[in-house]
Design a protein around this ligand. Structure first.
Ligand code: GUN
Ligand code: ZN
Length: 650
C-alpha cells in the first residue's frame, strides 16, 4: 500500500508498506554490491539514515556461495540489514556487459525466494540511440515480462519498469499498460545514458511522459539517479525513489558530490565540507590517505550529502518552496538550466496538480520563474474568468510594493473623488486588477525591482492583449497628479467603483469560475472586516454567512450557504466530489472523505481547492478542501481525498 501524506504539485511525501516495514518517500536507496561493501550496512541504517538499500539479485544468483546463502537464510540475514531491500534483476549488467544467461521467470522467482521486499522484472534496457521500431518491440517484451512477473511475485512487491527511451509516445504507452498490471513500484528505466551525457532536458521529457501514463497511486523510482544535483528536479516531477551507485563510483575517482555539482579532489584546494565524514580532516590529510581509506571517506561524504539533499527536498515539500529549490539547483550546471527551461514546456501538465496556493512566498529567481504553473495559471484565469467592472476609466499603475491597494491608497482616493475609475497594476505576473492584490500569487510573490528582458516582453504582450478586451472608454497610465487634471476634463460619470465588493466578486470568479461571484453575492451583501487589518473576513448575503476570506492567500473558504449557491449555479460535476452512499452519514458529521469512497469528481479540481461534497442525487453533504486531483482520488486505495471542514447536517 502506498499512502500520500503531504504533497506539493507532483512532489509528494508518502509511505510505502513493505514486508520489512514502512518506507517513507522521497527516499534514496544506496546500491550495495554484496561482493564489495564500501560502507557497513548497519552504519548506513543507523548513522546515515538509509532505511532502504538496493542490491543486485543477478550478482547474488551468479555466485554459488552467495546464492546458497541467500536461499537458505534469506537476503536480510545474509546482508545483515534490517531495513527495506530492493533488488534489481540484472537488466543493466546484461545490457552493459552482454551477460545474458538469465531468464525473467527465473530471476523474478529467485528474488521472491530470497525474501526481497521489492523485486524487479527483467526489463529490456532501451538506449537513446535506438530506432523507434526497435524501442517499441523492447517495450512490448518488457510489458509481457512484467505480466509474467506479476503472476510470480508472491508477497514481494514488484517493480515494473517503464522503458521507451526518448520517445514520449512509447514511454506513455508503456506506462499506461503498466498501470493495468499488478505491479507495485514503477522505476523509470533506460535513463542512465541521458544522465551520463548530461541530457537533463531529455530526462525531463522522459519523466513527464512516463508520469502521464502511470497510475498515480504507485511510487515512481528513477533508476540510476544518484547525484544530489537532480533530486529536487526529479522530486518536483513526481519521482519518489532514487538509487545511487554513484556515491561509491565517484569516490573511487576521487570525486566529491554536492547539490551544486561535483568537485574532484585533484582540483580542490581545501575541504569546505563539515559532514561527519569530512569533519576534522584537512585537504592534505585526505590526499595523504591510503586509497582504500580515502575512497571510504569520500563514499561516506557522498552519502551524507545525498541524504541531506533528500531531507532538504522533503522539507521543501512540507514548507512549499520546492520550485525555488529546483530553480536554484538547476543553476548548478548549464545542462540543468536547460532542464529547467524544458519544464516550462510542460506547464499544462504541471498545472493539473498545482495547488491553489502555498504557504511560502513565491520568489522570482530568474525569467524561468515566469513559466511556473502558479504564474501561468494566474494569467490564464485572469483572461478567462475575470469580469471587468463597469467604469468609465481605467488607470494603470506601475508595480509598487505590496499589497498594491494599500500602497496606492492615496492616489486611488484622489482619482475616485474626480471620476468613475477602476485601477490596474502592470505586474510581471500579468495585469492585476486592484481588487486581486491580496490573492495568491500576487501579494505573495517577491520580485526584483529591475526587470529582465523576458519579463518586460511578457508584460507588454499581456497588456496588449488586455487592451483589445477591456471595455473602458478611457485607459491611461498613472503619471502622477497631472493625470488627475487630464482626467477631470475628460470624464463625465460619477464614481461607482467599490473595491470591497469588487474584491469579493473577482476572487470568487478567479477561484470558482466565471459567474461564481454573481451567484454568491446575489442579495443583500454585508462584509465583516478585521478590526486589526481592515481586511475582509466574512461575507454575509441576506444574513447568511456564505464565504470567509483567508488572510494568508486571499482566497475564500466556503460556508455551507455559499456552497449551496454554487451548487445551484453550476451544473454537476463542477466543483463537486461525489461520494458513495455509505460515506454520506460520516461526511455529514464532518468526517473527511477517503479515496475509496469517492464515486467521481470534477476533473478541474486542483489540490487545495474548496469543493462541494455531494451524494448521488447531487445533494450537498459537506464542504472541504481537496487534497488530490480526480485521477488521484480514483487511483489511491487509502488516504484522505477531501479534508472536510463542515458537514451539512440534516
Ligand atoms: N538500472 C539502471 N537502469 C536500469 C534499467 O533501465 N532497468 C533496470 N532493471 N535496472 C536499471
Ligand atoms: Zn563531506
Amino acid at each position: 500500500m502506498f499512502e500520500l501524506l503531504r504533497r506539493d504539485g507532483l512532489a509528494r511525501i508518502c509511505k510505502l508498506d513493505t514486508p520489512h516495514g514502512i518506507l517513507e518517500t522521497p527516499a534514496l536507496l544506496p546500491v550495495i554490491n554484496p561482493r564489495n561493501i564500501t560502507v557497513p550496512l548497519n552504519e548506513l541504517y543507523d548513522d546515515l539514515g538509509f532505511k532502504a538499500i538496493i542490491t543486485n539479485s543477478y550478482i547474488i544468483r551468479n555466485n554459488p556461495e552467495l546464492k546458497e546463502q541467500a536461499l537458505s537464510t534469506g537476503l536480510h540475514e545474509m546482508l545483515g540489514y534490517k531495513g527495506v531491500i530492493m533488488t534489481d534483476s540484472g537488466t543493466f549488467q546484461s545490457h552493459m556487459y552482454g551477460e545474458v544467461d538469465v531468464k525473467n521467470d527465473d530471476i523474478v522467482s529467485f528474488q521472491r525466494d530470497i525474501g526481497s521486499d521489492i523485486g524487479t522484472v527483467l526489463d529490456i534496457f532501451t538506449e537513446p540511440d535506438w530506432s523507434e521500431a526497435r524501442t517499441s518491440e523492447a517495450v512490448d517484451v518488457t510489458l509481457a515480462r512484467t505480466e509474467e512477473a506479476a503472476r510470480l511475485k508472491g508477497d514481494m512487491l514488484l517493480a515494473g519498469v517503464v522503458q521507451g527511451s526518448i520517445f514520449p509516445e512509447l514511454r506513455e504507452r508503456c506506462a499506461r499498460s503498466l498501470a493495468s498490471i499488478d505491479a507495485d513500484v514503477h522505476p523509470i528505466g533506460g535513463v542512465v545514458p541521458l544522465m551520463e551525457q548530461y541530457r537533463f532536458d531529455d530526462l525531463v521529457d522522459v519523466i513527464v511522459a512516463s508520469k502521464k501514463g502511470l497510475n498515480p497511486s504507485r511510487p515512481v523510482h528513477l533508476f540510476g539517479a544518484g547525484h544530489p544535483m537532480v533530486f529536487a528536479l526529479a522530486a518536483l516531477l513526481g519521482c519518489d525513489m532514487f538509487d545511487s551507485a554513484s556515491y561509491a563510483k565517484f569516490a573511487r575517482d576521487g570525486r566529491f558530490m554536492f547539490p551544486e555539482g561535483t568537485s574532484s579532489l585533484s582540483d580542490m584546494k581545501v575541504i569546505s565540507c563539515h559532514c561527519p565524514a569530512c569533519n576534522g580532516h584537512s585537504y592534505e590529510d585526505i590526499v595523504a590517505m591510503r586509497p582504500a581509506e580515502r575512497i571510504a571517506l569520500i563514499a561516506r561524504h557522498n552519502l551524507w550529502v545525498s541524504q541531506e539533499e533528500v531531507q532538504r527536498v522533503k522539507r521543501a515539500i512540507l514548507e512549499g518552496d520546492l520550485w525555488e529549490l529546483v530553480e536554484r539547483r538547476c543553476r548548478g550546471h548549464p545542462a540543468l538550466l536547460d532542464a529547467l527551461r524544458r519544464l516550462g514546456d510542460h506547464e499544462e501538465f504541471l498545472e493539473l496538480t498545482e495547488p491553489l496556493s502555498r504557504d511560502n512566498s513565491l520568489f522570482y529567481t530568474g525569467p524561468e520563474t515566469l513559466r511556473r504553473p502558479a504564474i501561468r495559471r494566474y494569467a490564464r484565469r485572469f483572461f478567462e474568468r475575470y469580469e471587468y467592472p463597469d467604469t468609465e476609466v481605467m488607470i494603470v499603475f506601475d508595480e509598487t510594493s505590496k499589497p498594491y491597494g494599500r500602497c496606492r491608497q492615496q492616489e486611488m482616493r484622489d482619482v475616485l473623488a474626480e471620476c468613475d475609475s477602476h485601477f490596474f497594476v502592470e505586474s510581471v505576473l500579468g495585469p492585476v486588477p486592484i481588487e486581486l492584490d491580496e490573492m495568491y500569487p500576487i501579494a505573495q510573490s517577491v520580485l526584483p525591482e529591475r526587470r529582465d528582458k523576458e519579463a518586460v516582453e511578457g508584460v507588454k504582450e499581456m497588456m496588449e492583449r488586455m487592451s483589445h478586451e477591456h471595455p473602458y472608454a478611457i485607459a491611461v497610465g498613472w503619471d502622477g497628479p497631472q493625470t488627475l487634471d487630464t482626467l477631470s476634463l475628460m470624464c463625465v460619470n460619477k464614481p461607482s467603483f467599490d473595491v470591497d465588493l469588487a474584491r469579493v466578486k473577482a476572487v470568487a470568479d478567479m477561484q470558482f469560475g466565471r459567474g461564481a461571484g454573481g451567484a454568491l453575492l446575489d442579495g443583500r451583501v454585508e462584509l465583516k472586516k478585521s478590526e486589526n487589518t481592515g481586511k475582509i473576513r466574512n461575507v454575509l448575503v441576506n444574513g447568511e454567512h456564505v464565504l470567509s476570506m483567508r488572510a494568508n492567500d486571499g482566497f475564500f473558504t466556503l460556508k455551507i450557504a455559499g456552497a449551496e449557491r454554487l451548487r445551484k449555479a453550476f451544473p454537476a460535476p463542477r466543483l463537486r466530489v461525489r461520494v458513495k452512499d455509505d460515506s454520506v452519514p460520516f461526511n455529514r458529521e464532518g468526517k473527511n472523505v477517503f479515496c475509496t469512497f469517492v464515486e467521481d469528481c470534477d476533473p478541474e479540481i486542483r489540490p487545495m481547492d474548496e469543493v462541494l461534497v455531494v451524494d448521488s442525487s447531487d445533494e450537498l453533504v459537506a464542504i472541504g478542501r481537496a487534497v488530490l486531483t480526480r485521477d488521484e482520488m480514483g487511483a489511491f486505495r487509502t488516504g484522505v481525498a477531501v479534508k472536510v471542514r463542515d458537514g451539512n447536517k440534516k
